[in-house]
Unconditional design. Structure first.
Length: 112
């Protein structure tokens, strides 16, 4: 199965977690204070990242969480948008490699 992955930049993780948790009806399944938050619902994989190189709300990239992906991959579409493709476990491994303190354990759906 594929879930759309949406990655958005923010300069305020705490306020963004509060806002998006309300919008999605669930808390993030992983977050790193002042750095990162991830929601995985039955339809969407949404990440917010503090990125000083982007404006708040700017699209960082799109992608697919795809349980058939052999490895993490990226490509750029005709419009210059970066697309990632990865399994949920590959994403969990990436989160833990960047932020070991996250100690993220894969959950199938944050709304559970």
């Amino acid at each position: 199965m594929k879930k759309l992955h949406l990655a958005i930049a923010t300069h305020d993780i705490a306020a963004s977690i509060q806002d998006y948790s309300q919008r999605l009806g669930c808390e993030p399944c992983s977050f790193v204070p002042n750095e990162y938050a991830l929601w995985r619902t039955d339809a969407l994989n949404l990440s917010l990242r503090h990125d000083p190189d982007c404006s708040p709300g700017e699209l960082r990239h799109l992608g697919w969480e795809d349980d058939t992906a052999v490895s993490f991959s990226t490509e750029t579409d005709i419009n210059g948008i970066l697309w990632e493709c990865f399994t949920a476990q590959q994403q969990a491994d990436e989160i833990n490699a960047i932020w070991p303190e996250a100690n993220y354990r894969l959950v199938t759906d944050c709304s559970d």
